[in-house]
Design a binder for this molecule. Sequence first.
Ligand SMILES: Cc1cc2nc3c(=O)[nH]c(=O)nc-3n(C[C@H](O)[C@H](O)[C@H](O)COP(=O)(O)OP(=O)(O)OC[C@H]3O[C@@H](n4cnc5c(N)ncnc54)[C@H](O)[C@@H]3O)c2cc1C
Length: 271
Amino acid sequence: MSRVYRPKDLAEALQMRADHPEAAPLAGGTDLMVTRHSAPREAYLNLFNVEGLSGIEVIQGGAIRVGAATIHRQIACSPEIQRAAPILAEAARVIGGRQIQNRGTIGGNIANASPAGDTLPVLLALDAQIEVQSAARGARLIPIEGFFKGYKQLDLAADELITAVIVPDHHQDALYFRKVGTRAAVAISQVILAGRVKRVEGRVIEARVAFGSVAPTPIRAREVEAALIGHPVDPRAADALDVHPIDDIRGTAVYRRAVAHRVLRTWLRAL
Ligand SMILES: Cc1cc2nc3c(=O)[nH]c(=O)nc-3n(C[C@H](O)[C@H](O)[C@H](O)COP(=O)(O)OP(=O)(O)OC[C@H]3O[C@@H](n4cnc5c(N)ncnc54)[C@H](O)[C@@H]3O)c2cc1C
């Protein structure tokens, strides 16, 4: 039998995290509980319904602060997110089915660090920051790009929890999200593309092109971003894409590479 620690609020959760490093943080459990028999944990730290860890608020500069234990359904339905970062709402809407969206959290999606996690390329395209906290050292903010160190490796110390995601206001930018899976719904992604382009007088001054499911971590296609900057959008920038996916049960490397190019070209043409 595993022990379960049940903190009331964030301060207690952080203290328990420090005191019981063997306890796995447990948010919605939609990833963790799937492995409870094959990889049982000695103890769990229950974060679901911990006061101060969920909710969506507009902060300075119109940015949105999303608590780590906020469920996908709340993100999908949030007017604030639909205005500032609608692609995050779109991604939340295609994570699993309704049951998963009512239980799975954004913090769990990030901490699980699957290359196929649907919110991760979106957060890269949005230049999100991850807020982590520990009882001993307080809070720090990490640009999402530096948060994924390698396959399932995060910039997160053993006594830290992810406490929030900060998403800047991008309502004036052109945004794009496309998930390709083996079927239209309740599918794990074969390729995810999330993009953002800011233009002044028709020329691109900022570009983010992020992919999931084509590398060990979510990645930015900087070669495409560089090809876009300084010009009107040219779909031929997609030719610069250089990704090296692997074969796995959901698709071959050849297929994934072809799809990545195709979805990127489709987006750039639509721009
Ligand atoms: C049927 C099914 C369908 C799914 N479909 C999709 C899909 O389409 N797209 C997709 O991206 N995912 C999918 N998933 C995976 C899963 O639902 C998501 O990754 C979800 O966001 C995980 O959140 P959770 O709160 O349930 O995480 P949990 O299972 O509670 O935790 C996941 C990991 O994160 C850690 N963790 C959780 N919260 C924190 C925190 N605040 N700080 C530090 N560590 C933390 C846990 O210790 C664990 O390692 C699916 C899962 C199932 C079972």
